[in-house]
Write a protein that binds this ligand. Structure first.
Ligand SMILES: Nc1nc2c(ncn2[C@@H]2O[C@H](COP(=O)(O)OP(=O)(O)O)[C@@H](O)[C@H]2O)c(=O)[nH]1
Ligand SMILES: [Mg+2]
Ligand SMILES: [Zn+2]
Length: 208
């Protein structure tokens, strides 16, 4: 909604088979044009890590980046690798101090370079995104994979939840072309589930 470019980084490529499974689940994001980078910040052979880090560093240069993700994925580890003297607290330190999982307790802005053109913001995580300002009917326009099929539903005010002749739902079910051959669906089940959940959440907020 705010036009903020997104880069998805999947860390811990050393953890198999979990990494490959997670990479697979990100397929719908790659298909909708999101860049997804693999990364390994621990337990690495130097060459492998450095390659991923160098590419990531290039992508972040000259920008301020908010590092978002669930606790434990390696956000603070990343900040420590990219920012000299950052000393962002990571999970390992937390365990040593026996102080629970959420080591980063405040949101911190770090300058990556001396000229202060590149910054990282490390945060302890998020309970929820601030989506309250979005109208439910606007939501599909903000999800690139859903947006691609908009304008082809039977009803102009289709919610894509239950209407007949819904082009979005056709994609989710696996659309057939005119000859009856099944085409690859462009909207994954998981993405459609997320749409439904967000739509319900945004609608509930509006009714009180
Ligand atoms: N196996 C593995 N562990 C990692 C990797 N990167 C970070 N970790 C570990 O994951 C744990 C959580 O990292 P942390 O940076 O605190 O995560 P945060 O909660 O996202 O800030 C720490 O024990 C890190 O050492 C990685 O590439 N592979
Ligand atoms: Mg952290
Ligand atoms: Zn529809």
């Amino acid at each position: 909604d705010a036009g903020i470019p997104v880069l998805i980084v999947l860390n811990k490529s050393d953890l198999q088979p979990a990494f490959d499974q997670a990479w697979e689940r990100l397929e719908s994001y790659r298909r909708m044009g999101c860049d997804v980078l693999p990364l390994r910040l621990k337990g690495q052979t130097a060459a492998e890590t450095e390659q991923g880090l160098i590419e990531l560093e290039q992508r972040l240069a000259g920008k301020t980046t908010l590092v978002l993700g669930p606790s434990g994925v390696g956000k603070s580890t990343l900040v420590n690798r990219l920012v000299p003297h950052a000393k962002a607290l990571t999970g390992e330190i937390s365990r040593a101090l026996n102080s629970g999982k959420h080591t980063t307790t405040s949101t911190t802005w770090y300058w990556v370079d001396e000229t202060r053109s590149t910054a990282l913001i490390d945060s302890p995580g998020f309970q929820e995104f601030g989506l309250n300002h979005i109208e439910p009917m606007q939501l599909a326009h903000l999800m690139p994979d859903l947006r691609a099929t908009l304008g082809h539903c039977r009803f102009y005010n289709c919610t894509h939840l239950h209407e007949p002749g819904c082009a979005v739902r056709d994609q989710v079910m696996g659309a057939e072309d005119a000859g009856g051959a099944s085409k690859e669906k462009s909207i994954g089940d998981n993405r459609y589930r997320i749409y439904g959940e967000l739509f319900a959440e945004l609608s509930a907020r509006r009714s009180y």
